[in-house]
Design a binder for this molecule. Structure first.
Ligand SMILES: O=C(O)CCC(=O)C(=O)O
Ligand SMILES: [Fe+2]
Length: 305
């Protein structure tokens, strides 16, 4: 069905070939500035957050759409959801959001792909019904301007249909290596893991000559398959923090965290007691996921423009 913000035929064809689409405009400059200010303030207040964690954990940035009202609205925006529908069809859930800050001096995010998202916890978090190759559509929204200097995303177009990593291999969590690892003279790691440990072929080297930089204005978003080879550059600025929020979408038929009550990764344990997926469009007639219709402050998940 053609919705107001659907991908055009050409955009869809390009998305299928490249594994990503965008950047697209979502928020005006003044709007995103005001929103980012509110979000930043609200993030400090964990009184209604889904997970009890110390603030230092990477996963403290998970699923704040479940308690930060601006993020609750954000994940439901039709400018985003119409485009995801063009790719995945009408019945959609959003299962995970994450905040991705890169502060001045922070390492880049090393090259990776995510299919089942088992990479850090060891247990599949995303299980498609009829295929053992799934992943999620990630929408990465810039809350600040994003440049090559402050840590923009990088993609290797067309790599989304073959996994170069085996997420069932183990990686050891070593928070002490954050900002310490270098690869080819570039500071990059994976939030306390070394993603290279998951390579199927230990000699595999991503072909960075084909990589493209996603420089973006605050308020824009890009869409990509989580199975696309992606990374980000280090933030080499002195005082320019880059901040992004991702939201991850799959068809309603996909099982999220099957048979799990908690998730252990990045050195923390999160209980799924308050967790639920968000129905963003169409029907959710499956019984396999707990679905939430409002956030933990009582604000409804409602479609809006
Ligand atoms: O923002 C980053 O540095 C990494 C983002 C990422 O890996 C993702 O959204 O899946
Ligand atoms: Fe990623």
């Amino acid at each position: 069905m053609n919705k107001k913000y659907s991908l055009t035929e050409q955009e869809l064809a390009d998305f299928r070939a490249n594994g990503y689409a965008g950047p697209f405009d979502l928020y005006e400059k003044d709007e995103i500035l005001a929103k980012y200010k509110r979000i930043r303030a609200d993030l400090f207040d964990r009184s209604h957050a889904a997970y009890e964690l110390d603030n230092k954990s990477v996963i403290a940035g998970y699923d704040r759409h479940l308690d930060v009202n601006d993020l609750t609205d954000h994940v439901m925006k039709r400018q985003i959801v119409d485009k995801i529908e063009s790719i995945l069809g009408p019945d959609l859930i959003m299962w995970r959001s994450e905040l991705f800050p890169k502060y001045p001096g922070d390492e880049g995010t090393d090259w990776h792909q995510a299919d089942t998202f088992a990479h850090a916890s060891g247990a599949p978090q995303v299980v498609w019904p009829d295929t053992d190759f799934g992943g999620a559509i990630t929408v990465w929204t810039a809350l600040t301007d994003v440049t090559e200097e402050n840590g923009c995303l990088r993609f290797i177009p067309g790599t989304h249909e073959e996994m170069f990593y085996d997420e069932t291999k183990e990686m050891k969590y070593q928070p002490e290596v954050v900002n310490k690892l270098e690869k080819d003279g570039v500071k990059r790691g994976f939030f306390g893991y070394d993603y290279r440990n998951l390579q199927k072929d230990p000699n595999f080297v991503p072909d960075e000559s084909k990589a493209v930089s996603m420089t973006m204005k605050a308020g824009q978003f890009v869409i990509f398959w989580s199975t696309l080879m992606h990374s980000s550059l280090p933030n080499i600025t002195k005082n320019d923090t880059r901040m992004a929020v991702t939201a991850r979408y799959v068809p309603s038929s996909v099982k999220i965290y099957p048979d799990s009550n908690e998730v252990v990764e990045y050195g923390s344990t999160m209980s799924l007691e308050k967790y639920g997926v968000v129905k963003v469009s169409g029907d959710e007639n499956y019984q396999h996921n707990r679905v939430v219709t409002e956030n933990l402050r009582g604000k409804k998940f409602e479609a809006s423009y």
